[in-house]
Design a protein around this ligand. Structure first.
Ligand SMILES: *[C@@H]1O[C@H](CO)[C@@H](O)[C@H](O)[C@H]1NC(C)=O
Ligand SMILES: *[C@@H]1O[C@H](CO)[C@@H](O)[C@H](O)[C@H]1NC(C)=O
Ligand SMILES: *[C@@H]1O[C@H](CO)[C@@H](O)[C@H](O)[C@H]1NC(C)=O
Length: 415
């Protein structure tokens, strides 16, 4: 009886699909809907437990062995590394630990969904992807990916390219050596985004290869992206690509690649609280480094949360080392012809305003060939239009190597 009725249900669903498909004629439509459903099934794995965050997100606690990474054919037989073989030397020095402890941080709440619970051990928290988020992208294939040409390259600071792509940066960078990681403490804000197809982020980039061709990039930080998330919240993110944002890579866990081990922090989840102008300031610490033993690239959030790793085989250049590291902000400006929207970078204020008003990166460091964390030498600064978004750096005892950056976008000085 039970079997009988369920097969009836299946027949009904099939004929309904068929009728819908036939009635609305374009079979491409149906094909797209099926592709969206398949994509969502791949991303939203069955959960051991689900938590509804105050911001509307659903956080699924997914068995660590069932995470999206293991859909990758190369990872079928992969043994999860539950911890890195090595951390960079110097990470737990007095100086580094002191720099983690922002004086004004009242407690350790870092993700909004922690207000309603945690994930059990042996699971990882995954932010559930909504159908609308997939439908907002140009195609299912592009969901979770940056648009091509998001090239944060001083060397490619070609005005035509800026006008074409609308990406604007205010960054500090080092190049010309071999880098095995980078760290920074990043001030957290919630910048205004004028158009939903724009975004504003603060992150670090670990780069190898050539811009525009076979660039390898590992990225982590925070971003506000109405297109990706359907709101203006500031969210933790990672990104990777091994071919200049073409066919490989994605944000967070939105494709197979990054292997998460943390049961505590969810990629893509809202960071809370954020800094307010002239009031309390909040920052997050991000470290990405290459394990000298296994060669995988690991990420740590704050001083406690080892998030997981990108297996070395995902990359070509980065399988060995990085040749450039960048820290700073990026926005997309959707106005054509060099005009500007009022999308903010950082706090939306220029660097001159300083602490409490302008956004900062402090204690920026690189990991060298001997796996030592240290202050980078020969930092350069870059911005396409300093009258819109600017960057200024400095150095002192507490903050080590630091910079202030950002701006309001459209303003009397930037039209
Ligand atoms: C995984 O292991 C099976 C059985 O040992 C083997 O046949 C298969 O080739 C392996 N796959 C990969 C991708 O290594
Ligand atoms: C996001 O911010 C924009 C611009 O300030 C606003 O128009 C929009 O309503 C906000 N969206 C949400 C979901 O709050
Ligand atoms: C962009 O295009 C405008 C108008 O065509 C031009 O004046 C400007 O110099 C170009 N470059 C930048 C960086 O805005």
């Amino acid at each position: 009886m039970g079997a009988h009725s369920s097969s009836v249900a299946i027949v009904l669903i099939c004929s309904w699909l068929w009728i819908v498909g036939a009635a609305t004629a374009p079979t491409g439509d149906l094909r797209q809907r099926l592709a969206v459903r398949k994509h969502l099934r791949r991303l939203n794995k069955p959960a051991v437990k689900s938590l509804k965050s105050p911001d509307g997100d659903i956080i699924d606690c997914v068995n660590i062995a069932h995470q999206p990474a293991f859909d990758h054919p190369f990872l079928r037989n992969h043994t999860i590394q539950l911890r890195p073989a090595f951390h960079p030397e110097g990470l737990y020095d007095k100086n580094n630990l002191a720099s983690e402890l922002s004086k004004e941080k009242p407690n350790s709440l870092t993700q909004l969904w922690h207000q309603i619970g945690r994930c059990p051990e042996g699971t990882i928290p995954i932010r559930r992807t909504r159908k609308e988020e997939v439908l907002r992208t140009s195609s299912v294939k592009r969901h979770g990916r940056k648009k091509r040409r998001t090239i944060p390259s001083p060397r490619f600071a070609d005005p035509d390219l800026i006008n074409e792509s609308g990406h604007q940066h205010a960054i500090a960078y080092v190049e010309g050596d071999k880098y095995y990681g980078a760290k920074a403490i990043i001030n957290v804000w919630e910048p205004n985004i004028q158009q939903t197809n724009e975004f504003s982020l603060s992150q670090l980039w670990i780069l190898g290869g050539s811009f525009g061709q076979d660039l390898n990039s590992i990225e982590a930080g925070w971003l506000v992206s109405p297109d990706l998330y359907g709101d203006n919240n500031t969210r933790l993110f990672t990104y990777w690509t091994s071919d200049s944002y073409e066919a490989t890579g994605c944000y967070n866990l939105l494709c197979s690649g990054f292997i998460q081990i943390s049961s505590e922090i969810a990629m893509g989840a809202t960071i809370s609280p954020v800094s307010k102008y002239g009031r309390s300031q909040y920052d997050i610490s991000i470290l990405v480094w290459k394990d000298p033993k296994e060669g995988n690239w690991w990420m740590q959030f704050g001083s406690d949360y080892v998030m997981g790793y990108w297996p070395s085989f995902l990359f070509s250049y980065l399988a060995d080392s990085a040749s450039m590291v960048e820290w700073g902000g990026e926005v997309v400006n959707s106005e054509p012809d060099g005009r500007h929207t009022s999308t903010e970078m950082g706090s939306g204020h220029f660097p001159e305003e300083g602490f409490g008003k302008a956004s900062y990166f402090r204690n920026i460091q690189i990991v060298d060939e001997s796996n030592n964390l240290k202050s980078p030498k020969g930092i350069d600064l870059f911005t396409e239009q300093s009258n819109c978004y600017d960057v200024q750096n400095g150095n002192n005892g507490d903050w080590g190597s630091y910079f202030f950056f950002g701006g309001p976008g459209r303003s009397p000085s930037c039209q």
